[in-house]
Design a protein around this ligand. Structure first.
Ligand SMILES: O=C(O)CCC(=O)C(=O)O
Ligand SMILES: [Fe+2]
Length: 194
């Protein structure tokens, strides 16, 4: 059992080495090759900007995922994605319908502060996030006062689970780390309803 990294108002658990280095290397290459990566523009404060990363959505239901003015239609789950989902199922009790993938090509790619609180995720969603490739810093901070901060290094082959009221009271980000030249692939398993 891992311990809750948040001091209050939510739950975040970190599990290093869910995958061996060999498995992680294999999945990184397979996913980089086989996933239908797209470079998308999103609406940010009314302006169209390119996301600083590549993304893709897969799922076992046709429910689309709406965020930041985008509506993504899921592609059908692949063998590799189902294998990865199966592995995390042994750590995580929740069930998932979709996986959103992010490919950070190097340390210049990033994700800004946000909460995963779209209606389709429901109240207090569980989100399971798997990392392959370069270790990157993951930050959480209180949404309301931006004060309390928690930092987790997301290593190759690791899993981080966010649940409970985390998406109400905390926001998270993946900051740039410009000295990192290697890529990182992240998969966030979610349960979405129409
Ligand atoms: O890349 C990460 O670890 C963060 C991904 C994330 O927050 C998201 O996809 O909503
Ligand atoms: Fe997120």
């Amino acid at each position: 059992m891992s311990k809750n990294l948040l001091p209050f108002f939510g739950e975040v658990y970190y599990y290093p080495s869910i995958f061996t280095p060999e498995e992680s290397k294999k999945y990184f290459s397979l996913l980089r090759e086989h996933v239908k990566w797209e470079h998308r523009a999103i609406q940010l404060f009314g302006k169209k900007v390119m996301q600083p990363r590549l993304t893709a959505l897969y799922g076992n239901s046709v429910v689309p995922y709406k965020y930041s003015g985008l509506e993504l239609q899921p592609l059908p789950m692949t063998k590799e994605l189902l294998e990865i989902q199966e592995r995390i199922a042994s750590q995580v009790q929740s069930s998932f319908t979709h996986v959103l993938l992010n490919y950070y090509r190097d340390g210049n790619d990033s994700m800004g502060w946000h909460r995963d609180n779209e209606k389709s995720l429901g109240l207090d969603p569980a989100i399971a996030s798997v990392s392959f490739g370069a270790a990157r810093k993951f930050l959480l901070r209180r949404y309301e006062n931006k004060q309390e901060k928690v930092e987790v290094l997301l290593e190759d082959g690791s899993l981080v689970l966010m649940k409970g009221s985390t998406q109400t009271y905390w926001e998270h980000s993946l900051p740039k780390s410009t000295r990192i030249a290697e890529g990182r692939i992240n998969l966030t398993f979610r349960s979405l309803t129409a």
